[in-house]
Ligand binder design. Structure first.
Ligand code: AHR
Length: 513
């Protein structure tokens, strides 16, 4: 199945000479003008879905599982290491069935509801607005609320904003009665989620008018300034972005885009851990296609907003496989293998190249759902391979992009996509240059020559993420099979060039000073 194609310069406009199968060249192109990789590219998403909130993040203060005011200590500590910049909540599809007033006040009085989208599980509303904002404060991240448009009202959403951000008035009084004196800061407000689907099955023409109406009444109280986000397209639906930008572009600060690495929406999505080489390369090719998809949405946005005032927010992305056998249907609990780590790294490398328009991305989801950072079972917690990629990439947050060209062999996937053997990204901050390199090839090392273009590399340190098998994952009660290790050998600097030997199927981050 695997076939090495001719060398391709991924981001260069010029053609580059042919290289042998396992050789690649990376040329760094540092520039004072290059943009910042905004930290919000590393955003997370937590939905009332399965055990993401209940069991994953929140166990309640009376739980025997060690917690701080109800939040799991193990998960909190792990997430702090990721410097989570922004957290989207409460959905997802759940957002358009959620009535925030059911989640405030004494917990024993809160009404219950059926979580219709996700397994029909009964939701007791014990985790609500106060709990979410407290969590954001503990993580030191910006909250990103998804408002209910599909089954809510303009008044309900307007009052939620007032409850959270006003210093005085009826909603502020209610908030104070519920124990929070000071308003919270709220920047990111989503007006609906997947409004073309679970969020109301709107047409873009109709939703664009609805969006204009809802956002009108979401006010800026007492110096709080909302960044208003319209519900955007699913992957290849370019018409949605076109209509939204044309009809409502001037009323929004951002528009979302959802892109999953998924086989399809009907039938099996394949196992997260039992897959073959063909499935592995398919997933990498599919995830990389987000680059083409984002580019086309950006081109449409450029037509209406050439100054790039409106951000494109990929506020749901990641792998979507079959649920693990034996887990609750509808809870989207999937394991996470070295393949997921590859998807994470390739996706982040791609997002870095759209810093002029892509202002946030949110991987789905933070715990126990889809491509998670952590998995929990009872009092146990597993750090996933995806978690480790986010950890390795922390230095890229808010760093200045170092543009680069990559000349690499390509691998053909079964459905005609092409996966580069080597993918790379680089950034600079506080006198340090961070280069992240991926070797997607399952069998062969990659010999990479990096033209440093004058960047200092007197001191180099590195970390590597790999495993014995592409199917390896971290399981409860077992030693980690996919974990970060120091990468201290396998590179040398000579004549302004850094040569690195990347083991097969590995991700490496090098720090240069
Ligand atoms: O992330 C899971 C679901 O995927 C979200 O609820 C929805 O927005 C999307 O379809």
């Amino acid at each position: 199945m695997k076939k090495i194609l001719s060398t391709l310069a991924l981001s260069a406009l010029c053609s580059l000479p042919s290289l042998a199968a396992n050789e690649a060249t990376v040329t760094l192109l540092p520039s004072e003008e290059s943009p910042i990789i905004v930290k919000e590219i590393y955003g997370q998403f937590a939905e009332h879905l399965g055990t993401c909130i209940y069991g994953g993040l929140w166990v309640g203060p009376d739980s025997p599982i060690p917690n701080t005011n109800g939040y799991r200590n193990d998960v909190l500590n792990a997430l702090k290491e990721l410097h989570v910049p922004v957290l989207r909540w409460p959905g997802g599809c759940f957002a358009d069935e959620y009535h925030w007033m059911d989640g405030i006040g004494p917990k024993q009085n809160r009404p219950r509801m059926v979580n219709n989208n996700w397994g029909g599980t009964v939701e007791d509303n014990s985790f609500g607005t106060h709990d979410f904002f407290d969590l954001c404060e503990m993580l030191g991240c910006e909250p990103y609320l998804s408002g209910n448009v599909g089954s809510g009202s303009v008044e309900e959403l307007a009052k939620w904003v007032e409850y959270i951000t006003a210093e005085d008035g009826p909603m502020a009084t209610l908030r104070k009665q519920n124990g929070r004196e000071k308003p919270w800061h709220l920047k990111y407000l989503g007006v609906g989620n997947e409004s073309w689907g679970c969020g109301g099955n709107f047409t873009p023409e109709y939703y664009s008018d609805v969006y204009r109406r809802y956002q009108t009444y979401c006010r800026n109280y007492n110096g709080n300034h909302l960044y208003k986000i319209a519900s955007g397209a699913s992957d290849y639906d370019y018409n949605w972005t076109d209509v939204m930008m044309r009809n409502a572009g001037r009323f929004m600060d951002g528009i979302s885009l959802h892109y999953y690495t998924v086989l399809g929406w009907n039938g099996s999505k394949g196992s997260a851990i039992n897959f073959n080489e063909s499935d592995y390369y398919w997933a990498l090719g599919k995830c990389l296609e987000v680059g083409d998809v984002v580019k086309r949405h950006c081109e449409i946005m450029d037509k209406y907003d050439p100054k790039k005032r409106v951000g494109l927010l990929v506020d749901e992305w990641g792998t979507w496989f079959d649920e693990e056998p034996g887990t609750v249907p509808g809870h989207l609990f999937q394991q996470n293998s070295l393949r997921d780590a590859m998807v994470a790294a390739l996706s982040l490398n791609t997002f870095h190249t759209f810093t002029d328009r892509v202002k946030m991305t949110n991987i789905a989801q933070i715990a126990n759902v889809l491509q998670s950072m952590v998995l929990t079972r009872g009092d146990q917690m597993v750090l996933t391979p995806t978690y480790y990629v986010f950890k390795m990439y922390v230095p890229h947050q808010d760093a200045k992009l170092v543009p680069l060209n990559v000349a690499t062999p390509m691998i053909a996937t079964r459905d005609g996509r092409k996966v580069p053997v080597v993918s790379a990204t680089a950034s600079a901050k506080n006198g340090k240059t961070t280069i992240s390199l991926v070797n997607t090839d399952l069998k062969n090392e990659a010999e990479i020559t990096i033209n440093l273009s004058g960047i200092s590399a007197k001191n180099i340190s590195g970390e590597i993420l790999t495993a014995a098998s592409m199917n390896d994952y971290n399981d409860f009660g077992q030693p980690e099979k996919v974990t970060l290790k120091p990468f201290n050998k396998g590179y040398q600097v000579k004549g302004g060039k850094l040569t690195v030997t990347l083991p097969a199927k590995s991700i490496v981050t090098l720090s240069l000073q």
